[in-house]
Design a protein around this ligand. Structure first.
Ligand SMILES: CC(C)(COP(=O)(O)OP(=O)(O)OC[C@H]1O[C@@H](n2cnc3c(N)ncnc32)[C@H](O)[C@@H]1OP(=O)(O)O)[C@@H](O)C(=O)NCCC(=O)NCCS
Length: 151
């Protein structure tokens, strides 16, 4: 079930575990996650199992007419079950209610799984940002696509 995730240190530890499993060295740290919770524009949503464990989450900032999808990540063993799609649907509905007219995101141009997910959820590529990301071993390129979904 997808829920808005309230702040607690236990929640931060759970999200950090997902971050590490999904992004390795580029994972958001405990401090990054705390910072996100301290940002009034930022909201976390997650998929919980029956025992309350968060197995996937999304972070969205709602900035007046624009929502920015900062992150979406699902634990490897829970992928291809529609969790990220449901998270994006929930985030979009939430952003609309907040008055946003569109949702924007950046994604590495080599992150095929995420690009396909976003396309399936109604996002379109509207531009490319060369060297947007730090150099990592994860992807052969640092370039990002900007993708937008108009509500
Ligand atoms: C990208 C990610 C969030 C997808 O999560 P998920 O819960 O598996 O996604 P869904 O099950 O909702 O998949 C929806 C659609 O996305 C596409 N998709 C998902 N994973 C894919 C893959 N590995 N290869 C190709 N397409 C993929 C498919 O079109 C899929 O629909 P289908 O299963 O009916 O074919 C997950 O792979 C992940 O956490 N990756 C690491 C973190 C990351 O890169 N996040 C994005 C940062 S911008």
């Amino acid at each position: 079930m997808i829920e808005k995730l309230p702040f607690s240190m236990q929640m931060i530890f759970q999200l950090n575990k997902i971050e590490k499993a999904c992004f390795g060295k580029e994972a958001w740290t405990i401090a990054n996650l705390r910072g996100e919770y301290e940002n009034d524009f930022s909201h976390m949503f997650g998929e919980k199992t029956e025992d309350g464990t968060v197995v996937g989450y999304a972070c969205v900032r709602t900035l007046y007419e624009e929502a920015q999808l900062c992150n979406v990540a699902v634990l490897p063993e829970y992928r291809r079950q529609g969790i990220a799609s449901r998270l994006l649907e929930t985030v979009s509905e939430f952003a609309k209610v907040q008055g946003c007219e569109r949702c924007e995101l950046e994604v590495n141009t080599a992150n095929t799984a995420a690009i396909e997910l976003y396309k399936k959820c109604g996002f379109e590529i509207v531009g490319t940002r060369p060297n947007f990301y730090k150099r990592t071993k994860r992807y052969p390129t640092r370039d990002a696509y900007t993708m937008v979904k108009e509500f």
